[in-house]
Design a protein around this ligand. Structure first.
Ligand code: SF4
Length: 456
């Protein structure tokens, strides 16, 4: 037997017992399987969290959470029972050590962030910003980001069934928090969707549409189905991807008869037209992959769509270890038939420094997972560089490790650079978390923060 850094073992998926949580001790399997019950019992505030978990969680946690919500959180709280149940799956709140385990839990770390999780020295990078990818600047019509030559992102709605603490679209998605007021769409939903469809009908160069939000699971199914059916009528649209973290956070929704039957209708037309429909989900931790999630993914594949793929986000404390990433990829691939596809570096939004990894760390993780998974299921690690777009972490052009500044190039123009002759020659910057830099680099940022600087 050769000793290896990672040892693969097939692990059976397990649905943790929700009845171990005092607030759900009497909940029946029928209720648990109901999307409606799940939505109605989402945890939206500290009072509700207390009702579910009770006194097993120390008061210091609730106080820590309250302070975060008042002073740091960019997303309001919304966690479906399905996701709460995957936190600390092997302990009940009455067990010794529950609070420490809850603090350390990989899913809790990004779904229920607390004040002491965040960096006290640099909670935000000085160049962090709302809408850090500048998607709104690239809206061809409101909510339709045209950033790449052949593909667009359609943000149909600004809500999700669950709100993630690190959400890239914190500018737009979710409810306002004490520290962040949300951008509001100007147009009503129907006007926006009509304008998007009109733009796509008149854009023969676009072949790939990511239908997102928010999360498409919050769009009433008939409206989502009619939007996708409209896309299927556009000659040049060849790939349609539906973005939904709810496949993991609220799998009960994707298992409803209405959604399964509707997806089957769409898949049938797509096959007749040689168009690929895929679902893209967002799972960050192996413990989130339960039998219900696997059932939802397989139900969608059974409708005849092309694929279900995962786009996770690299987050310190959640999945910054090789073993965690490989466990997640194998859980997705083995029993849920979800294809590991991307791991994004966490974007430079306010309050995200404690989650973010350096480019060097992301490169190391990409290196360390190679060779274990089938090539077709080996996810690429991606840095989404502002004004550039997705780049594999090894595609960096130059890297100043002392100051944590990486330099990237691009090979296409967006509308933002239509009159910019140097757009394809320029280098674009991305920044490592300051707390990971050597002292000289930290000093550079301290002195730079003291004098106002323009965003490069
Ligand atoms: S599901 Fe996606 S869009 Fe919604 S809060 Fe999470 S990361 Fe943001």
């Amino acid at each position: 037997m050769i000793e290896q850094p990672y040892v693969y073992r097939h692990k059976e998926l397990v649905e943790p017992d929700w009845q171990r949580l005092p607030g759900w001790a009497g909940v029946s399997p029928q209720d648990w399987a109901s999307a409606q019950w799940q939505r109605a019992h989402c945890v939206k505030n500290i009072r509700q969290l207390r009702q579910v978990i009770g006194h097993g969680l120390d008061e210091r946690f609730y106080a820590d959470l309250e302070r975060d919500q008042a002073e740091r959180a960019t997303m309001s709280m919304l966690v479906p029972p399905q996701m709460i149940n995957t936190m600390v799956p092997h302990l009940s709140p009455a067990d010794p050590g529950f609070t420490d385990a809850f603090y350390a839990d990989p899913v809790r770390r990004y779904m229920i962030p607390v004040f002491t999780d965040r960096r006290a020295d640099w909670p935000s990078h000085p160049l962090a910003s709302r809408d850090s990818l500048h998607e709104a600047e690239m809206w061809a019509v409101e909510g339709l980001t045209h950033r790449y030559p052949t593909k667009v992102l359609a943000e149909l709605l600004p809500t999700c069934p669950q709100y993630c603490g690190h959400c890239t679209r914190m500018d737009l998605v979710g409810n306002p928090t004490p520290v962040v007021d949300k951008h509001k769409f100007v147009l009503g939903r129907e006007d926006r969707l009509t304008a998007m469809m009109e733009y796509l009908r008149n854009s023969p160069g676009v072949r790939d549409v990511v239908v997102s939000g928010g999360d498409v699971a919050n769009m009433p199914w008939p409206r989502l189905e009619s939007f996708v059916a409209g896309l299927l009528e556009i000659e040049n649209v060849r790939d349609i991807r539906l973005a939904t973290k709810a496949l993991m956070g609220l799998p009960q929704y994707w298992l409803t008869d209405e959604v399964r039957a509707g997806m089957e209708r769409l898949a049938t037309v797509a096959r007749q037209r040689d168009v690929s429909i895929a679902i893209h989900t967002h799972v960050n931790s192996a413990q989130s992959v339960t039998p219900l999630v696997a059932a939802a993914a397989k139900a969608m594949l059974d409708t005849g769509i092309r694929d279900v793929r995962n786009q996770g986000v690299l987050l310190r404390g959640t999945n910054d270890k090789t073993e965690q990433l490989l466990d997640l990829c194998f859980a997705l691939l083995d029993d849920a038939k979800i294809m590991p596809y991307y791991f994004y570096m966490c974007d430079m939004i306010p309050g995200s420094e404690h989650w973010r990894l350096s480019l060097e760390q992301a490169q190391q993780l990409q290196h360390d997972i190679m060779g274990y998974l089938p090539g077709f299921a080996t996810p690429r690690f991606i840095c989404d560089v502002p004004y550039v777009g997705k780049r594999w972490v090894h595609q960096v052009a130059r890297y100043d490790r002392e100051r944590g500044i990486s330099y990237w190039t691009k090979n296409y123009r967006t509308a933002v650079e239509s009159g910019d002759a140097l757009a394809l020659e320029r280098e674009y910057e991305y920044y490592d978390p300051i707390h990971l830099l050597p002292e000289a680099g930290r000093e550079y940022w301290r002195s730079r923060a003291a004098t106002p600087v323009a965003v490069a």
